[in-house]
Design a protein around this ligand. Sequence first.
Ligand code: NAD
Ligand code: ZN
Length: 251
Amino acid sequence: MPNPPEASLRQAADLLRKARYGVALTGAGLSTPSGIPDFRSDEGLWRQVDPMEVASLWGFRTNPQAFYEWIRPLVRTIVEARPNPAHRALAEMERRGWIRVVITQNIDMLHQKAGSQHVLEVHGSISTMTCVDCGHRELSEAYLTPHALEGIDVPRCSQCGGVLKPDVVLFGENLPWAVWRAAEEAVEKADVLLVAGSSLEVYPVAELPYRAARRGAKVILVNLSPTPFDPYAHIVLRGDVAEVLPALLEG
Ligand code: NAD
Ligand code: ZN
């Protein structure tokens, strides 16, 4: 695993410690050390399927069975996953006041489990589901077990029998408006933005670092592989989030 140079780590830690309004932005890479595969790495979840087909609103509506077939193993993995040192480091940064809020693209709820208080789930989470027919909303609890969705074709609405869709943002769907607006506001206020474990290929979230940089914020990027934003980042820390984020707390 490549390790970022000490000097860059120290510089990044210094920026975070002195941040007036620090914000973190996280992606699927934050949860790979917890055993949840990301979407775009070699082992990623998208190797086997065409995401635009199965994980799109259109795909869900035309073939919810295929969607559940695909998401079933992911849900099981999420149910069994525990926060890793990267999640815990971000929770500690919030306690210390280095960051005020975590904006996450993840749907796995691991930031909250690690103790982060202010989490904006801009792609939703699997904690609730909504009926595509009558709009009734239900908790997913009953399905969030190690045997999640076993023997179930598609979960059905308790009110009308319609198909339930997890409240996660699929391709072709809008982001939850109020949460997205809060994320935009946080980025507008930020003087330091710590981006960790995101390929920055999914829009509109991928826009946020550009916006922050345009407003004069320092952007620190922690990722295993290069992203399109690397040339604009103030500091790029190439490495594993589970090592780099805890190291920042020591820096
Ligand atoms: P992505 O899969 O596009 O990118 C993940 C990035 O993280 C990659 O660039 C990869 O190199 C890097 N990475 C992986 N493991 C890492 C590690 N241990 N340390 C440092 N970097 C690491 O993920 P994205 O940018 O979040 O976009 C994918 C979409 O998929 C999002 O919309 C998200 O909602 C969804 N998703 C969520 C989960 C989850 O909730 N855990 C899992 C898979 C996908
Ligand atoms: Zn219904």
